[in-house]
Ligand binder design. Structure first.
Ligand SMILES: Cc1cc2nc3c(=O)[nH]c(=O)nc-3n(C[C@H](O)[C@H](O)[C@H](O)COP(=O)(O)O)c2cc1C
Length: 320
């Protein structure tokens, strides 16, 4: 059976979102938000904070295994941190070569490294040597910085350096998140390298999933924003016919669960933004979410969000 992954998404797919989406189901693995490595060996608590699943044998509550993603550019420092991350027993350690954020790129990390395939090779080889052999090292890349001139060089550098699997987000850094994703480039990469390739980019529904598999020739797919916009997408892809009111009846308790977990984890002032962010994506696919989004959008504090969720029947009405 083809595998499905939940993509790493900083600020969106934190442990709370991973917990909620993998509980709904359909995912074979998920990946943490990137953990930034600069010049120090991070303390154990830094890994635990970004990946609390490490204290649950590296799995979400639903049992979905979690890979830890690192972002950085210094081979030795990445290697030391990867070795430490590996001690916690994650599914894999993944290296980020796709982040387009200017702040990250200015410090030489993320997608900007795609200008330098030799450095990519050195990073992956150094990290691989430092890690215990039983923990896989994987890498996630975009097609390049400005264009696809060095795409295949980069993919080959990662694979021959020791990455056991590549996830390809089929856009350049400069393309950001602008559609389309160039799925045919994933096919070119998969033909060039000897390791499995996971296809990623612009999969919002089952038809897109069929499309990316057909064009890329890859069986395995990673879902990013589409997974958050439609929490049932992975289950639909795996063949479950669930739609309409029956489907929304799964999403509603997930929203309640999400809110409970967000308020337990974050400072109150950060909580309303998190549920608005999710509803903002959910409303792409769900009319019910549009109504809820409009209701909650003006909320400035947790009490106002809770009143909105209660009015929609998602949380119990507050006791007067
Ligand atoms: C809000 C957001 C945060 C992201 N953070 C990360 C990250 O931490 N690490 C990473 O490798 N990719 C990150 N990505 C990229 C996604 O993993 C994925 O490659 C991209 O969204 C394309 O897939 P999609 O079209 O299915 O969303 C992020 C994307 C978004 C939208």
């Amino acid at each position: 059976m083809a595998r499905l992954a939940l993509a790493p998404m900083q600020g969106l797919a934190d442990d709370v979102m991973r917990e909620v989406l993998t509980a709904i189901g359909g995912y074979d693995w998920c990946v943490t938000e990137f953990i930034r490595v600069t010049d120090a060996l991070l303390p154990a608590r830094a890994f635990r904070r970004m990946a609390p699943e490490l204290d649950n044998a590296g799995r979400t509550g639903a049992g979905t295994p979690v890979a830890i993603q690192l972002l950085g550019s210094d081979p030795v420092c990445l290697a030391e941190n990867a070795a430490r991350a590996a001690e916690f027993g994650p599914l894999a350690v993944d290296l980020n070569f796709g982040c387009p954020a200017p702040m990250v790129n200015r410090h030489g990390g993320g997608a900007i490294l795609l200008n330098d395939p030799e450095l990519l090779h050195t990073i992956v080889a150094t990290v691989r040597r430092a890690m215990p052999p039983q923990v896989p090292l994987t890498a996630k890349m975009r097609l390049g910085v400005k264009d696809t001139a060095r795409t295949l060089d980069c993919a080959l550098a990662l694979a021959t350096g020791g990455a056991a699997e590549l996830v390809v987000h089929a856009r350049t850094k400069e393309e950001g998140y602008t559609p389309p994703a160039h799925w045919h480039w994933i096919a070119r990469i998969a033909e060039a390298v000897a390791v499995p390739v996971v296809a990623n980019g612009e999969v919002w529904n089952v038809a897109d999933w069929e499309g990316i598999r057909e064009v890329s020739g890859c069986a395995d797919v990673m879902l990013g924003r589409g997974a958050v916009a439609d929490p049932l997408l992975a289950r639909r892809i795996k063949g479950e016919a669930i739609a309409g009111a029956e489907a929304w009846a799964v999403v509603e308790p997930a929203l309640a669960d999400f809110w409970r977990r967000v308020t337990a984890k974050l400072e109150p002032r950060h909580c309303p933004g998190r549920i608005k962010l999710w509803l903002g994506l959910l409303r792409r696919t769900w009319p019910e979410a549009e109504a809820l989004y409009q209701r909650i959008r003006p909320a400035r504090d947790c009490a106002a969000v809770e009143a909105g969720l209660a009015a929609a029947g998602i949380l119990p009405a507050p006791v007067a």
